[in-house]
Design a binder for this molecule. Sequence first.
Ligand code: OOB
Length: 550
Amino acid sequence: MGAISAIEYTQWPEELQRRYRQSGYWIDRPLTDLIQGSDSAKNVAVICGERAFTYADLDRLSSHLAAELGQRGLCRGQTALVQLPNIAEFYIVFFALLKLGVAPVNALFSHQQLELNAYAEQLQPTLVIGSARHKLFRSADFTEQLKKKFPQVHVLVLGATDYTDDLEQCLHSPEGHAGRAFCSPSAAHQVAFFQLSGGSTGTPKLIPRTHNDYYYSVRRSAEICRLSSHTRYLCALPAPHNFPLSSPGALGVFHAGGTVILAESTEPGQCFALVQRHGVTMAALVPSAVNLWLSAAERAQARGEKPLNSLQLLQVGGANFAETVARRVPTVLGCRLQQVFGMAEGLVNYTRLDDSDEKIFTTQGRPMSDGDEVRVLDEKGNPVTVGQPGLLYTRGPYTFRGYYKAPQQNARVFDKEGFYCSGDIVQQDEDGYLRVVGRVKDQINRGGEKIAAEEVENLLLKHGDIEQVGLIALQDANLGEKSCACIVTRNAKLKPVQLRRFLREQGLADYKIPDRFQFLKALPLTAVGKIDKVALRAQVGRRLLAEEAI
Ligand code: OOB
C-alpha cells in the first residue's frame, strides 16, 4: 500500500473557503461525479475515430483501470505523469486516476524529454502513462531512465511495445477485480490533478487543482455556454489544456451529458469532415487556427459546400484575437462567436451568448463568477481608472493559491491578499469586460502555445559558443507571435541549424525551438544589468524591417 496522505498544496484561507461553500461554488463532490450521473449513462460521451464510448463505458472502463492499478499498489495521495494524444483513453485514464485518488499531470503530446523530466522531478510520480505514438515511448530508453530515477515507478504504454505493460491490456483484462474495493478519490478540497502553467520561468510550473475549485469552474462554464445533452463539442486543441478541458471543454460537456468529438489537431480539412459527419454544434480554437478555418470555409463556400452547417458556437481564446478577424467569424463560419480569456491558474472570462456584437467582437469577456475578484493595478499597485491599461490581479473560488513546490515564484506572483498577478496588461470597461492589450511576463505566445523565455535562454546558454542570449517575440501574421533568439556569440561561424539541433538534443519540445536566430554584437541592458527586452525587440524589429526593404 502506498501513502494515504494528501498532497500538500497552498489552500485558500478558511474565511474564503467558508464563503465559497456558502455561495454554492464549492459543493464538496469529486470530479468523478461528472461521468456517473445516471441520466446520461446511455448517451455517447466520446467519439474517437470509429469508436464511440457511452457514459456507462467511460465509467466502467475507468473503474476497471482504477481497480487494475489499485492491484498494483497505486493509491490515494500518489501522483502520475500522463502523456496521451487526443484519444478517448485520455479521459478514461483521467477518471481512473481520479477514482483512485492518484493526482496526474497531463503533459501535452508535443512535450519531449525535457518537459516530462521536469514534471517528474517535481511530482515524483508512482505511475507514468504514455503512448507508443510518441517517440519517447517507442523504445525502452526513456522509461529505463525514469525507472532509474524513480525506482517505484510503474510504466504503462498505450500501443504495443516489447518492453513494458500495455495500457490497452489493463483496460480490457478479465473483469476479475472490477468490483473490488480500491482507494477512493481524494477529498473534494484536496488536489485532484495538476494543470500545466504556460510559465515564464526556467522550469515549467505545476498548478494544483482541487475537485472543489475545478468542478465549480466546469459547472459554471457549462451554464454560461448553455451546454445540454444535445451539445456536440469538437475537441481539436490538445485535450489536457485548460481551455478544451474545462472552459467548458470536455468536462463541461460531460457535466451536461453531451458528446465530445475528438480531433487530432485543428487542421480544417480533418475538422470540417468531423463537424459534418457528427453534427458538431460547438468548437474551441486558438486565433491562429481561426484564420485557417476562415480561409478553408471560404474555399468550401466557393465550391458550393457548407461543411459547418451544424456549428452554432465557436469559442476563441488562448492568445490575442484581432477584432477584424473576430468580425468575420459569424459571416464566414455561420455561427456565433464567444471570446474566452482564461488561464490554467484559474480565472476564465467569457463573452456571454446574448452580449451585443460590440462586446463580443471587441472584448475578451468578463469573469465567469460573481466570486471572481479582479483588480487592475498600475506598477505601484494602485487601481487604474476604468478603461485604463493595468496589470491583472485576481483571486476567486477556482483560482489557485500557489504553484506546486515553488515558494520563490509564489512570492513573486501573489500579493499579500492572495491575488495572483497573471502578467497580462488589461483594460476593464464599466461593465467589467476585459480587453487584453499586452503583457509583462517574459513569455512568447506562439499561436496559443506559451514559451517561457527563460527556459529556452538557459538551455542555449549551455552552449559553449554563446555569451549572451535573449528570447523575444516577433509579430507573425499566422501565429500571432513567433520566437526569436538574439545571440551574442564568440564563434562567428555558429549557425542556427546547429543551435536548433543543440536544443532538440536536450529534449526540448518543438514549439519552443526558436523560429529565428539573430546574431548581434551586444544586447541592450537595463540599469540593473538585465537584458532590456523592450529595447531588444525594437532593435531587432528595425533590423528586420531594414532587411525586408533591401
Ligand atoms: C489559456 O490558458 P494558458 O494557461 O495556456 O495561458 C494563459 C495566458 C493568459 O495569461 C494570457 O496571457 C493568454 O494566455 N491568453 C489570452 C487570451 N486567453 C489567454 N491573451 C489574449 N486573449 C485571450 N483571449 O490560454 C486559456 C485557458 C482557459 C481558457 C482559455 C484560454
